[in-house]
Structure formats: structure tokens, C-alpha cells
Ligand binder design. Structure first.
Ligand SMILES: Nc1ccn([C@@H]2O[C@H](COP(=O)(O)OP(=O)(O)OP(=O)(O)O)[C@@H](O)[C@H]2O)c(=O)n1
Ligand SMILES: C[C@](O)(CO)[C@H](O)COP(=O)(O)O
Length: 396
């Protein structure tokens, strides 16, 4: 039987006014959360799942440049579409963008919820076998009061019947598209897609959500989100190492750590022969068990001839992000008699930080000579050794 195609709409077209009342700061979906923008975390949670066939981000018309700075790359990630004045209208724009693909299922996700776990997403998809819609929920734990004037209690609700709605909310594509189209013609505003499905008469299942699957809504939610990440017991730390050697050949400069350094020779290699970036790439790949640089960028493949090694490094960083992880720190030692590395360390840190989207303080670059011993001592080539520490979700 054919696998179902599953598309995702990530609605990110809000202004986040409750977080950013005077509009002077970054919109919440582009703010950094433990070193990574909220929206990148949200999208990566879905890119990590091979069953997802397409993702369409819906962004605010003023945020195109901010979105581009996320530098998310995956063939399943479609070009962003522009949203509208309400969440409901933004979702409809996402549905219209997906219509030519005619996916079987669609998951609708708030950009402001960066903690959708694989389990929650799988719960929603599984429920769509039997229901026309599904949403993750968390039981309400506080006693809920109803008040008609906001001052005096009118009634107390039976909390056993109350659940807080989360995203992703999943549906059969054709059904939710036509429900949203119809809903857009009436005056009523719906606060989630499940409500539109209910209004259209679709059967919507509730599945187990996750208490940490919060929506970042108020400024203090960022602190909670940081705590969720740092206290996440399901994360584990991995270490990887990398080692690379390239010989000299006639030339006038070497590429090291992404920086072109004038020298009496160049390094020979299929790409730009940047030993430092190659060792770092291997260290990151090693930490996440993704083989080595040659597996991802075979020397036999002509497209990598003369390539900038930052492409390899970025790919390794993207794989960490796709795995739901983050780079904790990188450490590289370059072994050569010449050129002198010290004057270029800060430029190298800047390029590596920019390539991987991490702080320069997480990157150490050291250099040593080999006291004129061995092939580096004879200035026949340069060696680089690196280690990477990476935090990734635990897989038992
Ligand atoms: N016109 C809108 C409004 C909201 N959203 C998205 O819908 C999600 C849930 O909305 P909410 O948390 O309320 O975000 P904002 O509308 O941005 O926040 P606020 O109400 O504080 O301005 C967010 O990911 C938001 O970007 C959207 O795509 N288009
Ligand atoms: C979709 C949602 O996150 C489910 O809880 C919520 O309804 C969004 O509401 P908002 O008014 O856009 O904050």
C-alpha cells in the first residue's frame, strides 16, 4: 500500500505582540532559544521525521529577511508563503499553497510551539487512521472558574471534562481545506483548526500531548522554554573527534578555518583543502554517528571540486539540528610550522560561528608547531585535530 503523504503548515505570520508589546525587539518566532531561533526549532522538529513529505512556513510579509537568516535547507521545505491578519487566515494561506501537492494528511503547527515531540506528532498521525481530525491535549490541572464580569465567580467548571489544546493538529487535507474555505466566508473567528473541523462536522480525536509542548505567548514563557531545554532529561551529550591532513603544493595561500591566509604554498585537496574545517566537520559527524565527510561529500563527486569547506561544515551542523540537537562546543588544533595561525583565530571563530549559527565562545581554535619534527615539521603539509561536543535527544 502507498505510504500516505503528510504535509505540515507552520504558521509564523503573527507579530507576537504579547511578548513584544512595543514592537522594538525581534518577533518571538525569530528570537533565540538556547542558541537557536524558535522557528528553526519548530521546523526542525518536523524535518527530523522522514515520514513528513513537505513543510510550508507561513510568514509575516515584513519577515522575509529574518526568515532567510534561518538558513534552513531541506528539499521538503517549501518556499515560505505570506500569511494574513489572523492565525485562521494564515492557515488558509498555507492550505492554498499545499493544494497543488494534494497531500493525504496535513499537520498544522504554531511556530510558537518549539517543543512538538516525535511522540506527540506520531500520536496525531496515528489517530488520523480512524478520525478525520486529531489534536494533542493536556488535561487541565487548575480548577477552572467561569466569571461573567471578570470579578466575581459565576460557576466552577468540571475540570475532568476540560483539556488544553496544543498543536500540531492533523487532518485529512481535502476535508480541512474545504472546512477552512467555508469558515473564511463567515464572520466568526476560530482560535484553532480543530474548532473549524468540529464546526464542519468532522470527528476530531484527542490524543496525548505533552506538558512541555507550550506555546510561547508571554515574555516569561522564554525563561520556561529555556528551562525545558536545559532540564530536558531526554537529552544526552555526545563527543566526536576529527583528524585531517593535507599536503602542500605550489601556490600562494592556504584556506584554514574558512579564512584565506597568504602563504608560500597552498594545500592540495579536492575541495579548498581546509584541514581545520574538515576536522571539525568530521568531529561533528562523529558525535552524531553520521559517518565522515567522505560519505557525505565523496571526492569522486565533481561538484565538490574546489568547494568552500564551510558547505561541509554547515551540512554537519544541519544534521545536528535535524536530529533535534545542538552543538555545545568545538575545539580544533592546527599543527604547522607556518603560516602563523594566531592573528587569524578570531576571523576563523567568526566564520565558523556564522556557518553553524552558534556563539564564538563555543569555538576554540589552537595552533602548535611540531618542533620541526615529522612531515609538518618539514613543512610538507598541515594537520588538524578537532573534537565536538553535541547534545542530542537520547535514543535508547
Ligand atoms: N496573523 C497571524 C497570527 C498568528 N499566527 C501564528 O499563529 C501562532 C499562534 O499565535 P500566537 O501565539 O497568538 O502568536 P501571535 O499572534 O504572534 O502573538 P500575539 O497574539 O501575542 O500577537 C503563532 O505561531 C503565530 O505566528 C499567524 O501565522 N498569523
Ligand atoms: C492553536 C492554539 O495554539 C491551540 O491552543 C491556540 O488556539 C492559538 O491561539 P492564539 O489565539 O493564536 O494564541
Amino acid at each position: 500500500m502507498r505510504e500516505k503523504s503528510i504535509a505540515v503548515i507552520v504558521v509564523a505570520a503573527g507579530k507576537g505582540k504579547r511578548v513584544n508589546a512595543d514592537g522594538s525587539g525581534d518577533p518571538k518566532q525569530y528570537r533565540q532559544l538556547a542558541g537557536k531561533p524558535v522557528l528553526a526549532r519548530t521546523i526542525n522538529a518536523f524535518l527530523a521525521l522522514p515520514s513528513i513529505t513537505a513543510i510550508v512556513p507561513v510568514i509575516h510579509p515584513d519577515h522575509a529577511e529574518r526568515y532567510a537568516t534561518l538558513r534552513l535547507a531541506d528539499e521538503r521545505l517549501l518556499a515560505p508563503v505570506v500569511g494574513a491578519a489572523t492565525r485562521q487566515a494564515s492557515v488558509l494561506e498555507g492550505l492554498k499553497a499545499l493544494a497543488p501537492l494534494r497531500p493525504d494528511l496535513v499537520l498544522i503547527q504554531d511556530a510558537a510551539r518549539p517543543f512538538a515531540t516525535t511522540t506527540v506528532i506520531a500520536n496525531v498521525i496515528a489517530a488520523l487512521e480512524r478520525y478525520e481530525g486529531a489534536l494533542p491535549v493536556a488535561p487541565v490541572t487548575d480548577t477552572i472558574k467561569r466569571s461573567l464580569d471578570g470579578q466575581q465567580v459565576s460557576t466552577t467548571e468540571d475540570r475532568n471534562q476540560l483539556f488544553a489544546a496544543q498543536t500540531p493538529q492533523g487532518f485529512r487535507f481535502g476535508q480541512i481545506f474545504s472546512a477552512h474555505m467555508r469558515a473564511s466566508t463567515i464572520r466568526r473567528q476560530f482560535t484553532d483548526d480543530a474548532e473549524i473541523a468540529e464546526w464542519a462536522g468532522l470527528r476530531v480525536a484527542m490524543v496525548e500531548g505533552d506538558r512541555d509542548n507550550i506555546k510561547i505567548t508571554h515574555p516569561e514563557d522564554f525563561a520556561r522554554a529555556e528551562r525545558i531545554i536545559s532540564g530536558d532529561r531526554q537529552m544526552e551529550t555526545r563527543i566526536g573527534t576529527g583528524f585531517d591532513v593535507h599536503p602542500f603544493e605550489p601556490g600562494d595561500a592556504v584556506w584554514l578555518g574558512g579564512v584565506r591566509i597568504p602563504h608560500k604554498a597552498k594545500l592540495r585537496g579536492h575541495s579548498d583543502a581546509d584541514v581545520a574545517l574538515h576536522a571539525l566537520t568530521d568531529a561533528i559527524l562523529g558525535a552524531i554517528g553520521e559517518g565522515d565527510i567522505g560519505v557525505h561529500f565523496p571526492p569522486s563527486d565533481m561538484q565538490w571540486r574546489g568547494a568552500a569547506s564551510s558547505v561541509f561544515l554547515k551540512h554537519a551542523g544541519d544534521l545536528v539540528a535535524k536530529a533535534g540537537g545542538r552543538i555545545v562546543n568545538l575545539d580544533v588544533t592546527i599543527v604547522c610550522e607556518a603560516p602563523r595561525i594566531g592573528p587569524h583565530v578570531s576571523a576563523m571563530q567568526g566564520i565558523i560561528a556564522e556557518t553553524l549559527g552558534i556563539a564564538t565562545s563555543r569555538i576554540a581554535i589552537k595552533a602548535t608547531t611540531s618542533e620541526q619534527l615529522g612531515f609538518t615539521g618539514r613543512e610538507e603539509g598541515i594537520v588538524a585535530m578537532a573534537s565536538a561536543s553535541v547534545e542530542v535527544p537520547r535514543v535508547d
